[in-house]
Each structure stands twice: as structure tokens, then as C-alpha cells.
Write a new protein. Sequence first.
Length: 299
Amino acid sequence: MDTYKKAFLFNGIGSKPEKLLINLPAPLMERYLADRDAEFSRLGLHTDLEQNTPFDRRVAEWLISLLCDRVVFDHYTQLGIIPDIGAGYSSGIVSISACFDSIPDAFAHEIILMNRATMQNLAAAGMELDMGVVIGFGYEDAEKLLFPRFSREELVIGSGNSVFCTMISGRTEAVRRALELMLEEGALKAIPFGTGVAYHHPVMAEYAQEYVDFCGSVDYQDPVHPILSVFDNRILTRGEDIMLENQRNVMTPIRWDLAIRELEQLGVTEFYDVSANGAVKKFSRLRSRRCKIYTLSDV
């Protein structure tokens, strides 16, 4: 039976660039800037984010997250910290696919760019969608409160992050009302994202066909390290499994809390947050005192 000690955790696309970049030490910032300039030029994006169209600005911000992940990942491995397994949160699935050598970095960046087509489809259909994060509610408590007050078509729990944090996803008005309700019922914070999209809600399948098709347009290599599915806790070792994980990502709810628990049960005691600003550690919780999440500042 395989044994695992070190797990790398990849964040999604929630952090703003200024928050991501503030903790990068000078050598890593230099590497990031070189990578950013090259990739933004290749993809036709402005490095001055304000110069992009609204949809391009959004994908540019998300691309910055992946560029930071690669810099931090390479920094860890150059220090001799090698993962035995890993998991990606939301767009972190795209990031880990590249860092674990299942797809090239350039293709991962193009996957992120394909979110533009999804946003254009939503806008053309007049769909008003959003997401929000709630601090103070775990998955089960959020389920009991929100349903049956809301239909699953209006709203889903996009991710159970931990015993104190959930992400909800759905129609803008339903998300707004749900966040207000959760605050009334004792949530510490309830913050709408204002993204115009509802990732990890099944409604996205209708508008993300170009994205899904693009994800499947190349051959995926077997990852050099196993990847734990955040959808069903399977250990993924084949390229075709990684492709399917990327395809189902935009419309399938996540159980990050259960993925972290499964990694602990598999024997992982050292978790390494690959985000540049320690974002994964902030919304994750470990059950065992033997386990610890290390961030870039710790390393």
C-alpha cells in the first residue's frame, strides 16, 4: 500500500493580485514578473490590468494565481520538499495538473483563458450569477439552514471548506438572500464575490461547453505524483482521470473538507500551501494535532 507524508495544496482564484504578490520575496517576484510578461504577451493580455476588457481582466487576475503557484511550487521543490500527493481547490485543479506534469503550463493558462467564453455565454443569456463565502458555518449546518428555504436550482453549496467555512454558488439574488440569512443566524462574515459566475453549480454546464471541450483537446500525461479528487476522494494517477477532473470542475460541487480529512487518513502529516499568500491554510482545518499546514512564509 502506498504511503503518503507530504501533500501539496493548490488554491483557487479568489485572491486579488495585490494580496497574492505582497509576500513574494524578491527572487520569486523576479521570476514571477518574467513569467507574467511572457505569458500575458503570448495570450494578448495587458500587464496593466485596467487596460483589459472586463472579462479579460478577470481571466488575467486568475492567471496571476497560476503563475504564482508555479513559482512557489518550484521554490518548494528546489528546497528538496517533494510532494507524495496533492489536491487542488477549484482552479487549483488546473494548477496542480500543470505542476504535476500532466499538462504543459501553457495549456493550463489557456484553460484559464477559456473562462472568458463561459462568461460571454452567461452574459449573452442574461444569467445573473454569483458566489459567496461564509465564515462561521460548516457544510452540514449550512445545508440545514439553506434547504429547503432555497431550491437546488437557485443555490448550491459550491464547497464545504471546513467546519467553519463554506462557499455558496447560484443565482445572484439567491446568493444575496442566503448570505443575509446566514449572518442573521450567527455567521461571522458573509461576503459576496461579485464574479458574475457560479462555479461548482450544475447550471454552469449549459454555458461552459467550449471550456469543457478545450480541456479535453490534448492528451494528458500521467501525473508525476498522485492527485486526490476533491469531488469523490479517488486517488488519480492516470492522465485521462486528470482530464475528466478538469472537465467536471466548473459545474461540480467540491468537498474540500472531506478531501483534507481523507489526506490525513492516508497518512499525510505535512501539508504545503502552494498559494503565495497562505490562502489555503486560512480556509482549511486539520483534525489531528500531528498534522500541520506550512505556508511560503513558514518555508
